[in-house]
Ligand binder design. Structure first.
Ligand code: NDP
Length: 417
């Protein structure tokens, strides 16, 4: 609503509320409501992504060297199960974007500004899906859980709804809620939403600003990286440790597509043209951040895949041997690496992610606070995630985790935090 009614100025509505010129009710009343057009667009969108996910087995891994698609194993669940996943996100992204391009260039079935033009009505539709999915997952956990031994009932119904009960809810053998909702309706849409914003700038002003191009390019790198590494994603906290509830279900359907794309939205209302030096600095920050993010993640992945038999920064990696027990009482062994980026700090992948996030915000100039929401949010998300993860690792590895934190004392910024 700040964007829709106040050109993305956060202070203006506050001033109007304070002076009595506007009320929360009058702002709410001016917000576009649900429309059947948006409902149709969203239904077609989600159905299309379901079809791509379920019915088009991956072939890209057959001709893209180094890409791990097709059927892949997930990590061991707390109950000791290993799920199989059909990894075809990159292919879905490519098909979707090829169709988007073909439509914009040749078919003209719909305007490339379609997403921007239906933005708030789409917000209501995504909320319907977000709450429906979370509620379905909640009820399913009680009535027909996929793997009952991996369910977590805490005794607090509100917590169960928010944080989820089932670990890997599925319909049938392959429709995995976490993999589908984490990646498909939201992250495939992310780059299309940005393209729609760029098209809107073109329509409104007759040009696309360099800031909009930077946001599109830097975020597209992040999205493509996500799909290129989708198999690796099976080993991240979302899939490996979080249960599927409102936090993931609503977050993936609503929070991600609407709040991760605020910079592009801001630039539609405020077409910032950056100086060459400013644009170059943003690009550099974004690329360095991406490099740290990707290399750190890659190092851990390589280390874990090869069980430490690899080279990190030209040397054999050092590590701490750990032991832990899974829910079924089985004793397992693991290793925590203490070299490469993982020897500098315990979560430099988050630091790189934050540098990239800051770059998206800085691409919008310094005129408003609104586009900086993202870096504030990501800092809270990743610091909280870091603390949450470390708490879990500490319970999992006990004194071995203490040995690791003694060897690598800082979390995100060496010498500071
Ligand atoms: P990590 O990939 O850092 O995984 C943490 C896990 O790695 C730990 O639980 C532990 O698992 C293992 N681990 C920790 N330290 C070591 C070590 N020294 N050596 C080997 N293994 C170790 O975290 P996430 O899954 O949260 O993040 C993955 C990426 O996704 C990050 O780059 C993050 O920035 C990004 N991300 C982005 C988000 C966004 O909204 N844009 C949201 C969330 C994440 P184990 O139990 O196996 O030992």
């Amino acid at each position: 609503m700040v964007c829709d009614q106040y050109q993305c100025s956060v202070s203006q509505p506050l001033v109007e509320l304070y002076s009595g010129e506007a009320t929360l009710r009058s702002i709410w009343d001016k917000a576009p409501s649900f429309t059947w057009t948006a409902a149709q667009i969203y239904t077609v969108w989600v159905s299309f992504q379901v079809v791509l996910y379920m019915c088009v087995p991956d072939i890209t891994h057959k001709f893209l060297p180094g890409y791990a698609g097709g059927v892949q194993d997930g990590a061991r669940t707390p109950a000791g199960l290993i799920n199989k996943y059909e990894i075809n996100g990159l292919q879905s992204w490519l098909i979707t974007h090829a169709l988007w391009y073909a439509n914009a260039q040749y078919f003209h079935w719909f305007s490339p500004t379609i997403i921007f033009d239906n933005w708030i009505p789409l917000l209501w539709c995504t909320n319907i899906l977000g709450y429906a999915v979370s509620t379905f997952a909640f009820v399913k956990a009680y009535l027909f859980p996929t793997n009952p031994e991996d369910c977590k009932f805490t005794g607090n119904v509100f917590y169960n709804y928010m944080m989820g009960i089932e670990f890997n809810p599925r319909i049938g053998k392959w429709f995995d809620f976490k993999l589908f909702f984490n990646g498909r309706p939201g992250i495939v849409a992310w780059t299309l939403i940005n393209l729609s914003y760029a098209a809107k700038q073109q329509e409104l002003y007759g040009y696309v600003t360099n800031s909009m191009i930077l946001v599109n390019v830097l975020q597209a790198i992040y999205v493509l990286d996500f799909f290129w590494n989708e198999a690796w994603y099976l080993k991240t906290i979302d899939i490996c440790h979080d249960h599927f509830g409102w936090y993931l279900g609503w977050g993936d359907c609503v929070w991600l597509p609407f709040l991760y794309t605020l910079q592009g939205l801001y630039l539609v209302y405020n077409p910032v043209q950056l100086s060459t030096a400013h644009a170059a600095a943003v690009l550099l920050l974004g690329l360095v951040g991406y490099y740290v993010f990707r290399s750190t993640n890659h190092q851990k992945d390589l280390f874990r895949r090869t069980d430490g038999k690899c080279s990190i920064w030209g040397n054999k990696p050092t590590f701490i041997e750990c032991a832990y027990r899974s829910g079924d009482g089985g004793l397992h062994h693991s290793k925590l690496m203490t070299s490469g980026f993982w020897g500098v700090a315990r979560h430099l992948n988050y630091t790189g992610d934050l540098m990239g996030s800051l770059a998206y915000c800085a691409a919008c100039g310094f005129g408003h606070i609104h586009p900086y929401f993202y870096i504030v949010y990501m800092t809270i998300l990743l610091v909280h995630r870091c603390v949450r993860d470390e708490h879990r690792c500490s319970s999992k590895y006990g004194k071995d985790w203490k040995r690791y934190t003694d060897a690598v004392p800082y979390r995100l910024l060496p010498g500071i935090f």
